[in-house]
Design a protein around this ligand. Structure first.
Ligand code: PGA
Length: 284
């Protein structure tokens, strides 16, 4: 077997890849309808553990049957355990807002894949623009975190998106391309598995300003086309691409109806049970 000349983490990843070497295209028959909608709530640094349990209870009550859509909530670390209990058998998925690339060790303030799995957390948000903007997250660390999530069978929601300046100077596509290239560097088609991409224009996050349907569809189609070029058409057709940035009940239906929008990553509106449930309903 050819010697792998990469880091320990990458070597572990290579082992996983070898043991799961069958191309995805052969395992799954892809088509557009297979892209089950995904509505994810990113609660950021808001609400404590009892409020989390209460909010989840209200979402379950107000949303009714959610079997046709994947619903995921991402509370702060301290609320993951109470969230898990409140979720019960409702079918809602639990996500963290970060994951570290090492298994354990001296990484103050970080969280490991093993810790997340231990409490039944099956999803993680990676590379949110707030992490990139305030905490030094780079494409390289996004890539390392994504690899760790994938080898740990934790589904990554990888966030990308341009700033207003980048959009205004016509750099949106080149920025998306370089963020995608960085995030998925050395991740094969077989490894990519259930990875979700969230397109979140930074200028639309928490600002009340939403990308227009044209801007949104154009960016999502660009991302899907990148996946097609780098990986394959079947993978591109199967990958879920979420929109994030001031999605709310008033604009959800229009955005979710776009051909390449497969769901939403919602911040502010996901903290209100009525609004989040309305967005879930809009996705059905
Ligand atoms: P917002 O946040 O819905 O409050 O704009 C979206 C996000 O940051 O994921």
């Amino acid at each position: 077997m050819r010697e792998c000349r990469c880091s320990l983490r990458d070597r572990i990843f290579c082992e996983v890849r070898r043991s799961n070497a069958m191309p995805i295209a052969r395992k799954v028959r892809y088509n557009r309808r297979m892209r089950k909608r995904l509505i994810a709530g990113n609660w950021k640094m808001n609400i404590n553990s009892s409020e989390t349990a209460e909010l989840i209870g209200q979402i379950i009550e107000k949303s009714g049957d959610i079997s046709a859509v994947d619903v995921v909530v991402a509370p702060p670390f301290t609320s993951l355990v109470s969230a898990k209990a409140a979720i019960g058998s409702s079918g809602i998925g639990l996500s963290s807002q970060n994951i570290h690339w090492e298994e354990k060790g001296a990484f103050t303030g970080e969280i490991s894949a093993g810790m997340l799995k231990d409490i039944g957390c099956g999803w993680t948000i990676i590379g949110h623009s707030e992490r990139r903007q305030y905490f030094g997250e780079t494409d390289e660390t996004v890539n390392k975190r994504t690899k760790m999530a994938l080898i740990s069978s934790i589904k990554p929601i990888v966030c990308i998106g341009e700033t207003l300046e980048e959009r205004d100077t016509g750099k949106t596509n080149s920025l998306l391309k370089s963020q995608l290239g960085g995030a998925f560097d050395n991740i094969s088609e077989a490894d990519f598995a259930d990875t979700v991409i969230a397109y979140e224009p930074v200028w639309a996050i928490g600002t009340g300003r939403t990308a227009t349907p044209e801007q949104t569809q154009e960016a999502h189609a660009f991302i899907r086309n990148w996946l097609k070029t780098i990986y394959s058409e079947p993978l591109a057709e199967a990958c879920r691409i979420l929109y994030g940035g001031s999605m709310k009940p008033a604009n959800a239906k229009e955005l979710l109806a776009l051909p390449d929008v497969d769901g939403g990553l919602i911040g502010g509106a996901s903290l209100k049970a009525d609004d989040f449930s309305a967005i879930i309903c809009a996705s059905l």
